[in-house]
Write a protein that binds this ligand. Structure first.
Ligand code: 3HC
Ligand code: NAI
Length: 692
């Protein structure tokens, strides 16, 4: 099948790109498009050209799979240049999402007709590169500076209304965009409008204050990354350099960026998220889950309810505490009102969503639901009693899920008559905002049930990754290892702020102890109490958390935890906590020493990587991509480092193994036993992601 076909009608030649799934500008497409344009220009019957796409979208960008390989001519910018230089008018017919090279292609055309439901964007910076085919200098000529900077640096997508208002497109199509673009081309011919080259338009000025403002913004949002700063420099270059000079500069920086560690990691993240959410061995989802029950109207139950309402399900919410139930409804309503106020949803949508929420006083009222999600206290006995009630109330085909953080899903499943319909759905707090969802496969969960909850996760716009039963599943199990090591570091000589700074400088949004303060030290303390019998003597003897908890410092919510917080939640180091940490070392007889940031990082990260290897080997996670995806989306692992296992591959597994063996000697064998999989991969020159 040719990837570009042409069809002539009434003097207009339409070149149709057909390269599923997203019409990426692969080498074949670039060559065929260039040839198609040349043929149309040479054909005297053709007076105007339309570039359109088959399938669900206009070109969604360059082919990301080709990045990092030797470039093949023609370069996309050369193809686009040829189109812009054409002596016959060229009209882009845009539907779906014209992203990256797709939007650049459209901007190289002389006119643009856009489907009313389409969107435009330049997401290159999110892949560690810059628009490489003239996107910045062309958009800087079509739209106001603030729009260009938003699209390039904030990843903002322009919908049809915004694109028209910004002057980026010429007309909106209500029905068939290809036909309407052809009609537009014929009208251009009738009006004698001729060509209009974007490169010949004047640049919209971006004043110094705006640029300074944007720089401050990306210094915060893109900490540790290069591409956004390079993109800003290109935008600045547009202000005083000729179009061709900027194109030349673009090509040079693109070549450098596309092979940078940042770009490789971001490409990995892009594909890992797609791999991790697919489960080719599962059957197709069939159930139309429409009615849900949520048990527990606390922090998690509330967030989960919002997700279900947003996804179009009706929700019956149960709580044994009537006051909490009412308070939960009030908060949900307030959340939706906030969404309306911020212009995120229309008021009619708010009304419709809130209208699907019903408060019920008893689990017995859940007889007609298709799925139940339990989010009551983290207590085995309480949950078992709740599942017994659910079991009596619901239909035999109802899916029953627990949102437990640590309890054994297999043990919980013992209490229901249909364990094949029993699973875990581990949301992250705040559940309505966090994209991650660990869906947990219990030993008797049926493949069909797993398929249904994966589909439900997608409907809720989550990133659902299937994991196995394990203490803390994947994410919290690895986090627990990092937490343990962080306390060891405090005992050996570090202070909380030093550990946190090292993790922050690595790229995490916050460090270990800041995270504890945010989540609440009562939560961490209760968790520690519930597992005291599983702790080693050394872990039990480090009572820093117990001591801070006993002082009534529960973290941000009480204005103090590991740090002090003012009324605006600004953080400051507290000498009282430093003294408490030092006293801990004295109590356990550990001589404090200066610990380097490099050691802090190695110990916090390698201990997680080692646990990740165990998790993979045990089959608790199926693929390295699953682990990377969970850490990128639930714990703020810096995306430009690709996730813990991708990072491990970049450092090199032999080096990591050697350091793990070193820490086994210096910290303790029981904490640093190298995972057999890691040893095998390191010793055979392989990596987690299967490359040498
Ligand atoms: N290159 C290669 N493959 C791509 C691709 C691309 N640009 N975009 C999507 N794909 C693949 C996906 O990997 C997936 O493949 P799979 O089925 O084998 O896993 C398939 O297309 C479908 O993608 P999604 O599952 O993401 O489909 P959705 O319908 O949910 O989303 C989309 C479609 C909005 C187009 C989304 O895929 C997307 O955002 N793609 C990336 C767009 C992008 O970043 N473009 C810029 C590329 S860089 C560039 O253009 C440089 C230029 O300046 C020179
Ligand atoms: P929470 O304390 O805020 O809410 C629990 C709610 O359950 C309360 O409103 C309580 O009245 C209700 N409840 C207790 N027993 C009940 C019963 N028998 N019948 C009906 N309602 C009952 O707790 P939170 O934080 O929402 O946690 C709930 C579950 O989610 C726990 O299993 C927790 O481990 C898990 N989880 C919590 C996360 C968090 O960050 N808070 C993250 C992921 C999971």
């Amino acid at each position: 099948m040719p990837v570009v076909t042409s069809e002539k009608r009434g003097g207009v030649c339409t070149l149709l790109i057909d390269n599923p799934p997203v019409n990426a500008t692969s080498h074949a497409v670039r060559s065929a498009l260039q040839a198609g344009v040349e043929a149309a220009l040479a054909d005297d019957e053709v007076r105007a050209i339309v570039i359109a796409c088959a399938g669900s979208t206009f070109v969604a960008g360059a082919d990301i799979k080709e990045f990092g390989r030797p470039p093949l001519d023609p370069h996309l910018s050369v193809v686009i240049d040829g189109i812009e230089q054409a002596g016959k008018p060229v009209v882009a017919a845009i539907h779906g999402t014209a992203l990256g090279g797709g939007f650049e292609l459209a901007m190289g055309c002389h006119y643009r007709v856009m489907s009313a439901s389409a969107a435009l964007g330049l997401p290159e910076c999110s892949l560690g590169i810059v628009p490489g085919a003239g996107g910045i200098p062309r958009l800087a000529r079509l739209a106001e500076a603030s729009v260009t900077l938003d699209v390039v640096l904030s990843g903002k997508r322009l919908n049809a209304r915004q694109a028209l208002a910004a002057g980026v497109v010429d007309a909106l199509a209500q029905n068939d965009v290809r036909e309407e673009a052809e009609a537009y081309a014929r009208k251009l011919l009738a009006d004698g409008a001729g060509v209009r080259r974007t490169r010949d338009l004047p640049v919209h000025a971006g004043d110094a204050a705006l640029i300074a403002d944007v720089r401050t913004r990306i210094e915060k949002s893109s900490r540790g990354q290069k591409a956004p700063f390079v993109a800003l420099a290109l935008f600045e270059a547009c202000q005083n350099k000729a179009f061709d000079e900027v194109i030349e500069q673009t090509r040079a920086v693109f070549r450098e960026l596309v092979v940078s560690p940042e770009a490789k990691a971001l490409r990995h993240a892009f594909f890992a998220e797609r791999t991790a959410t697919r489960n080719p061995s599962l059957p197709r989802a069939q159930a139309k889950l429409e009615r849900a029950g949520v048990i527990g109207a606390g922090t998690m139950g509330m967030g989960i309810t919002i997700c279900l309402l947003d996804a179009g399900l009706s929700v019956a919410l149960v709580d044994s505490d009537a006051t909490r139930l009412e308070a939960c409804r009030a908060t949900i309503e307030k959340t939706y009102e906030g969404n309306v106020a911020k212009g995120r949803i229309a008021d009619a949508i708010r009304q419709e969503r809130v209208g699907r929420l019903k408060l019920v006083s008893s689990i017995a009222d859940l007889a007609d639901v298709d799925v139940v999600i339990e989010a009551v206290f983290e207590d085995m006995a309480v949950k078992k009693a709740v599942f017994a009630e659910i079991d009596r109330a619901v239909r035999p085909d109802t899916i029953i899920a627990s949102n437990t953080s640590y309890l054994d899903i297999n043990e919980l499943a013992l209490g229901v008559s249909h364990p094949e319909r029993f699973v875990g759905m581990h949301f992250f707090s705040p559940a309505n905002l966090m994209p991650m969802l660990e869906n947990v496969r219990a030993s008797r969960s049926s493949p069909q049930t797993l398929s249904e909850i994966q589909a439900l996760g997608r409907r809720m716009k989550k990133i659902p990754v299937l994991v196995g039963v394990s203490d803390g599943f994947v994410g919290n199990r690895m986090l627990a290892r990092r937490t343990r090591e962080a306390y060891f570091l405090l005992e050996e000589g570090a202070l909380p702020q030093q550990v946190d700074q090292a993790l922050y400088d690595f790229g995490f949004p916050m460090g270990q102890f800041q995270l504890n303060d945010l989540a609440g030290l009562d939560v961490a303390w209760r968790n520690r109490q519930s597992r005291l019998d599983k702790l080693t003597a050394r872990e039990r003897a480090i009572t820093i958390l117990d001591d801070i908890f006993a002082m009534g410092r529960l973290g941000q919510k009480t204005g103090a935890g590991f740090y002090r917080y003012d009324e605006r939640r600004r953080r400051s180091v507290d000498p009282e906590i430093d003294a408490l940490v030092v006293a801990q070392s004295a109590r356990t007889g550990v001589a404090r020493r200066a610990i380097s940031d490099a050691e802090i990082l190695e110990r916090c990260l390698y201990v997680m990587i080692n646990e990740g290897a165990l998790i993979l080997e045990e089959g608790v996670a199926e693929r390295a991509e699953d682990i990377d995806t969970i850490w990128l989306n639930a714990y703020g692992f810096p995306r430009y480092r690709g996730g813990p296992l991708f990072y491990a591959d970049q450092v090199g597994l032999p080096k990591i193994l050697q350091r793990i063996r070193h820490f086994a000697e210096t910290v303790g064998e029981q904490y640093w036993r190298p995972a057999p999989l890691l040893v095998r991969l390191a010793e055979s020159g392989k990596s987690f992601h299967g490359q040498d």
